[in-house]
Design a protein around this ligand. Structure first.
Ligand SMILES: *[C@@H]1O[C@H](CO)[C@@H](O)[C@H](O)[C@H]1NC(C)=O
Ligand SMILES: *[C@@H]1O[C@H](CO)[C@@H](O)[C@H](O)[C@H]1NC(C)=O
Ligand SMILES: *[C@@H]1O[C@H](CO)[C@@H](O)[C@H](O)[C@H]1NC(C)=O
Ligand SMILES: *[C@@H]1O[C@H](CO)[C@@H](O)[C@H](O)[C@H]1NC(C)=O
Ligand SMILES: *[C@@H]1O[C@H](CO)[C@@H](O)[C@H](O)[C@H]1NC(C)=O
Ligand SMILES: *[C@@H]1O[C@H](CO)[C@@H](O)[C@H](O)[C@H]1NC(C)=O
Length: 404
């Protein structure tokens, strides 16, 4: 059956990427993902049409204008050069849609991809580009969690049960499975529009210990939350019937983030409003979790120079009082340049602080009243009031600063 071909391609691409690019722990991670996906080849009874992978998805890639860097030709040679040819898989019985998730993953997650008829929508170009951004970030999230479960499997803080009998590992296992469901949901929606999924990046940087994990989990989840807020605003104008699944994902991500915050001894929710991010800001934060060279498909969004904070470093537990200044290295800018940090926080307009540079070290005050995570971007202008406007004039950033 046609779906078999494209599913095998996915599996082979994963196996191929696991063979060559990734360091050992990530190789295991990629192998584990391949196993998960492989299990999806088993036909499973499902009424959901969201999940059907169509061979036309693969064919459509080459001609899609939204997919500038998808090259199906790069997937096929990789797969065939490093994997034995797959035997033809058994044909799923008619009327049984193939699924991208194993039953075990859905069980761990607390449920699978939504059933029922697909949302009625024409999938605007805006929706498709937004779903690809969400797909890319969910892919990095799920890889990040799977990698942490692997690399921290001997870490006592991560694995010891707390008073409720559950360890951080137990909860992260469920969250990792939920990310796979989110990813499959987005990919199912993309496939309804005959668009391919954004393939996962192979090399996700490992975490060193539980505090490092909690800090990064808070950050990557906040990036996902931030961009989904923005995507929802955008889809409200073009594809209102797509708001349902995405808004359900948004609140689930917020619950996950509350867990990471609390595990780091923070209040579950630091602010009355979560902080919306531009696609480009969220994309650049997500990219900081991976080796971009290991991403088979980058998005058609700018990759910004990083804003390298020397203080404060982003840790799992917020300081008792919020930081009052940041310092960062300022290469390539002159001390006479007039520079500013634009601060993105909650639903407020951008606020700015002056940058002073001395001996290559730059300092900026943190404006009063920022809570949760604030995102800082280096800029020469102070006129933008929205995160989109700030993104357009960002010289370096965004850098995340944990306020509370
Ligand atoms: C984890 O549990 C083991 C066995 O009960 C105990 O010896 C160890 O001190 C605990 N470590 C942490 C960090 O909780
Ligand atoms: C937590 O994870 C351990 C190790 O995988 C497992 O044995 C245990 O059943 C899990 N506990 C809960 C409450 O899920
Ligand atoms: C997807 O492709 C199928 C088969 O070519 C076609 O029938 C369908 O209309 C396409 N859907 C969209 C949203 O383009
Ligand atoms: C941040 O560090 C990177 C790598 O060292 C460097 O290439 C980049 O120029 C730095 N960014 C700024 C704004 O100094
Ligand atoms: C930034 O510097 C300008 C002078 O260049 C000064 O007028 C302004 O008050 C400063 N802003 C802050 C927040 O310190
Ligand atoms: C940012 O740049 C894009 C692309 O040039 C433009 O469409 C958009 O209007 C700009 N946004 C703002 C707020 O300036």
């Amino acid at each position: 059956m046609r779906f078999t071909d494209s599913s095998n391609l996915l599996v082979l691409a994963l196996v191929a990427s696991s063979c060559c690019a990734a360091p050992a722990p990530l190789r295991q991670l990629a192998a584990a993902s391949a196993l998960t996906i492989t299990s999806t080849l088993k036909p499973k009874s499902s009424t959901s049409s969201l999940l059907a992978i169509r061979s036309s998805t693969v064919q459509a890639k080459a001609s899609s204008s939204l997919l500038p860097s998808v090259r199906s030709s790069t997937i096929q040679p990789k797969a065939s050069s490093s994997s034995p040819p797959s035997p033809p898989a058994a044909q799923p019985p008619a009327a049984q849609a193939p699924v991208l998730l194993s039953p075990a993953t859905a069980e761990q997650a607390g449920g699978g991809v939504p059933g029922g008829p697909p949302p009625e929508t024409t999938f605007s170009a805006n929706a498709l580009s937004n779903f690809k951004v969400a797909n890319f970030i969910e892919g990095i999230e799920s890889g990040f969690f799977a990698g942490a479960l692997d690399s921290l499997n001997k870490d006592a803080t991560f694995n010891n049960a707390s008073a409720d009998g559950k360890s951080i590992a137990n909860v992260t296992t469920q969250i990792a499975a939920q990310e796979l469901v989110h990813k499959a949901t987005l990919e199912g929606l993309l496939s309804l529009a005959n668009e391919s999924a954004v393939p996962a990046c192979a090399t996700i940087f490992p975490v060193s210990d539980t505090p490092d994990f909690l800090a990064k989990a808070n950050l990557v989840t906040s990036a996902a939350i931030g961009v989904i807020i923005t995507i929802l605003q955008s889809l409200a104008g073009t594809d209102p019937n797509l708001l349902g699944p995405l808004s359900s994902i948004l609140s689930c991500e917020s619950q996950q983030d509350a867990f990471f915050r609390m595990s780091g001894s923070n209040t579950p929710s630091a602010s009355p409003f979560n902080t919306a991010l531009s696609q480009t800001f969220a994309y650049n934060i997500a990219l900081s979790f991976v080796d971009p060279r290991s991403c088979p498909q980058l998005l058609p969004l700018p990759i910004l120079p990083s804003l390298n904070l020397t203080s404060p470093t982003f840790v799992s537990t917020a300081p008792a009082t919020p930081p009052t200044s940041i310092t960062f290295t300022a290469s390539g800018v002159s001390a006479t340049d007039k520079l500013f940090i634009g601060w993105v926080n909650q639903a407020n307009p951008i606020v700015y602080s002056n940058v002073t540079i001395s001996n290559g070290v730059a300092t900026a005050d943190v404006p009063a009243g920022l809570t949760g995570i604030a995102f800082a971007a280096l800029t020469r202008e102070i006129s933008a009031t929205t995160v989109d406007g700030l993104t357009n004039v960002t010289i370096a950033g965004p850098a995340a600063v944990l306020m509370s």
